[in-house]
Ligand binder design. Structure first.
Ligand code: GDP
Length: 467
């Protein structure tokens, strides 16, 4: 398929949802304001059903347009190529000679956050053709180190020997750009961020990725996770045993509910009902074409009570999940080795679901989506985030490109076709918020008149590696 065809197909799907967000928001307001509530609610129900029918037909269109096999094989070929390049980078012919970058796994945060720290280091390594050395002694999830839980990220090259380690970026005097061994700061503390950091993707692969995937940046990050996240036999066994106890079958929707220490500090509280609205919509759309015998939900959470609450309240659904995982996560033992198996189970299960409902303010939610992206050719329409749009902590500017002119009304901003708009978020009511980089004005933008602006970076091409 041409890139134009794939873009259009995804755009129509996205804008079908956008028109629904808009109508749903406006009519729900009327119902709340008591403006002919029964009549307006009836209209809302009618529109909702038409929306489901449109989405369902578009999903069929994708299935039957004859390109599904191609999408699958192309995604797996590009993935194989990236994995081979990483393997080569991580296992240089002569380790002593190789240029290296050192990454310390001492970030004082949760597992999702630490995974993203490694991803950032690995992207740095790939961009600068350095072998990544992961220092993880004293790691909070295993005192002995990462390698005791996961396969090491290199089989042959795990030390910088006694070469001098220069902090990157350092000053001009230390010339760390050329140093043989550099060590990396946390991504949050880099003042001038290299352009190869997320959400950028390699230009030599971009023309391929954009055709099979609707969100190439997170797919690229998913590839980094795929390389690093390989549990060792003992951990894999523990994961498999927990999973075997569950009746995991498709169709299934994953729900991630992040509570405890996150609520009120980094994210708002969301009631189970808010998640279930989207689960229900998923199943109602699916039921347009498919007989659904059992509506399954995999529930991952760090709140020990939510699974039982959900089971009591939503009796027509079958909730999968392990209450002991949530209980462990809920206690202060969250950051201990004990909690890691449960979290890996949750991440693995979420990533296998057909669809996830979560909050992207949580790194766990984002990792689940990135893993989902690595599991299939395109998961970019297989989630709903109740709060943030997708991002990578510490990323470079995320812009959208105006596709047509827009005259502002109310709290909106005007733009011309071609303008770049720095994006703050989507309000899921037909509008997002952003700053027009040409006029510097900040305000609401009708989402459907813009499209994601993908940043390409000329990463090294590792030309000698073929699939
Ligand atoms: P964030 O704080 O949600 O952005 O993500 P982090 O990964 O940085 O830290 C959250 C920590 O809470 C995780 O590492 C887990 O230990 C725990 N946690 C959060 N959500 C879940 C969940 O659904 N299941 C399990 N098992 N643990 C969770």
């Amino acid at each position: 398929p041409s890139e134009e065809y794939e873009n259009l197909r995804r755009r129509i799907y996205s804008n079908t949802k956008e028109i629904w967000y808009f109508i749903n928001h406006e009519l729900t307001k009327l119902v709340k304001d008591d403006v002919q509530p029964d009549k307006v609610q009836a209209i809302l129900d009618q529109v909702a059903d038409r929306k489901r029918s449109l989405l369902s037909d578009q999903e069929k269109l994708q299935k039957f347009d004859g390109y599904e096999d191609w999408r699958r094989s192309e995604a797996s070929e590009v993935s194989d190529l990236i994995q081979k390049r990483l393997k080569y980078l991580q296992n240089p012919p002569d380790c002593r000679d190789a240029r290296k970058v050192i990454c310390n796994l001492n970030k004082g945060c949760g597992f999702g956050c630490q995974l993203h720290h490694i991803v950032y280091c690995l992207i740095f390594a790939y961009a600068t053709e350095r072998t990544l050395i992961l220092n993880s002694k004293g790691w909070r999830y295993n005192n002995k180190g990462w390698e005791y839980v996961f396969h090491p990220i290199s089989e042959t090259c795990t030390t910088a020997y006694d070469d001098k380690v220069v902090p990157w970026p350092g000053s001009i005097l230390t010339a760390s750009y050329d140093a043989k061994v550099v060590s990396l700061p946390f991504i949050d503390s880099i003042s001038q961020k290299p352009k190869f950091l997320p959400l950028a993707i390699p230009s030599d692969l971009a023309h391929r990725i954009v055709r099979f995937n609707g969100d190439p940046s997170s797919w690229w990050i998913g590839q980094m996770l795929k390389y690093v996240l390989k549990p060792r036999a003992a951990m894999q066994k523990a994961i498999n045993e927990t999973i075997a106890k569950m009746n995991f079958k498709n169709p299934i929707v994953g729900v991630h509910i992040r509570r405890t220490d996150k609520v009120g500090t980094e994210a708002a509280f969301h009631h189970i009902d808010e998640y279930m609205v989207h689960v229900k919509e998923y199943y109602r759309t699916l039921e347009m074409t498919t007989h659904v015998d059992k509506k399954r939900v995999y529930l991952a959470t760090d709140d020990a009570n939510v699974l039982q609450d959900a089971r009591n309240k939503y009796k027509e659904y079958e909730f999968l999940g392990d209450p002991s995982i949530a209980k462990t996560a809920a206690t202060h033992r969250r950051y201990t080795p004990l909690s890691l198996t449960g979290l890996l189970v949750d991440l693995h299960m979420l990533a296998m679901c057909d669809y996830i409902v979560c909050t992207f303010s949580s790194q766990v939610g984002r990792v689940a989506y990135e893993m989902m992206q690595a599991n299939r050719p395109d998961a970019s329409d297989s989630f709903h985030s109740l709060d943030d749009i997708y991002y990578f902590g510490g990323q470079n500017a995320h812009d959208r490109r105006a596709l047509m002119n827009h005259e502002a009304g109310g709290q909106e901003i005007s733009f011309q076709a071609g303008d770049l708009i720095g994006i703050a978020g989507n309000h899921w009511n037909g509008f997002g918020r952003g700053t027009n980089k040409r006029t510097n004005l900040n305000g609401l933008i009708p989402w459907y008149k813009t499209a994601d602006h993908l940043v390409l970076y000329p990463f090294p091409e590792y030309k000698h590696i073929q699939t």
